[in-house]
Design a binder for this molecule. Structure first.
Ligand SMILES: [Ca+2]
Ligand SMILES: [Ca+2]
Ligand SMILES: [Ca+2]
Length: 269
């Protein structure tokens, strides 16, 4: 029995190393991402290309990619909403360490970002709840822009290297980042102002529980909308999940002892 457990552990480590490029590892506790380690200044030129998922600098588990457009490669830009280029953005006030991860799409470049959640809880995962703040850093003309959420799981065509754009990913609109209504003349917004934010909370329930060692994928996809596009972002993300775990034997023993103590107290009365 001990040998079997060791073999399982070894396989688990191999599987882990194959997916460790950028991912959040769920071991039972909530996972938080405030994006405040994103760069507060500067541009990383050409960081994102079609067909390659690249780690977002300053996050543990987020990756981004260029999906399409007439350009050749897409930048990662620290900005306060004044930029209008198709790119992924580290949004925040100039020089501030309070950052959010965002996107603008254009005819030259449009992209996607998202994360892999590895179930290392030891139990099958039954649901995932995301809570986050949608922040609006730039308004749009013509169209209300949306970063459209899609979800998927490992074991089929989606994997750690392609999930942002894999065709098996399915829409999950509860996690969409829906921007403000269009305006005639667009420009920068303060995404830290509650007037330019929306609180998002939604729970995805697996039709087949996510096995231990299996991954769940979430992607937010921007498109080049008509007119000038919005700059929309995610901040203050909390990832929580439920599993089908039964209480540990030690926990059961403690609960049993507490129950016996309660019985003893009642008998003394
Ligand atoms: Ca932040
Ligand atoms: Ca757009
Ligand atoms: Ca556009």
């Amino acid at each position: 029995m001990k040998k079997l457990a060791f073999a399982t552990l070894t396989l688990g480590l191999v599987a882990f190393s194959a997916t460790a490029q950028a991912a959040y590892i769920f071991t039972g506790a909530n996972i938080t991402e405030d994006f405040n380690s994103l760069p507060s200044s500067g541009t990383t030129t050409g960081l994102f290309t079609v067909g390659t998922q690249t780690a977002i600098p300053g996050t543990t588990g987020f990756v981004g990619t260029r999906v399409g457009g007439s350009g050749s490669a897409m930048n990662f830009v620290a900005d306060a909403g004044t930029g209008n280029s198709g790119a992924l953005y580290s949004y925040g006030a100039s020089g501030s360490g309070e950052r959010a991860l965002g996107s603008i799409a254009s005819g030259s470049n449009w992209g996607a970002f998202g994360f892999e959640l590895v179930n290392n809880s030891g139990s099958a995962m039954t649901s995932v709840t995301l809570r986050f703040t949608a922040e609006f850093w730039r308004s749009s003309t013509s169209v209300q822009n949306v970063l459209a959420a899609t979800v998927g799981v490992s074991g089929g065509s989606a994997n750690s290297s392609n999930f942002l754009t894999d065709s098996s990913m399915a829409a999950f609109t509860s996690w969409d980042i829906v921007g403000p209504g269009p305006v005639a003349s667009n420009g920068a917004l303060d995404g830290n102002n509650p007037n330019n934010q929306a609180s998002v909370i939604g729970t995805f329930t697996f039709s087949t529980p996510l096995a231990n060692g299996q991954s769940f994928f979430v992607s937010w996809n921007d498109i080049n909308d008509g007119g000038n596009d919005a700059g929309l972002a995610i901040d203050d993300l909390t990832i929580s999940a439920t599993t089908d775990a039964v209480p540990e034997p030690a926990t059961v023993a403690v609960l049993a002892a507490a129950g016996l103590a309660a019985v003893a107290r009642r008998k003394r009365k």
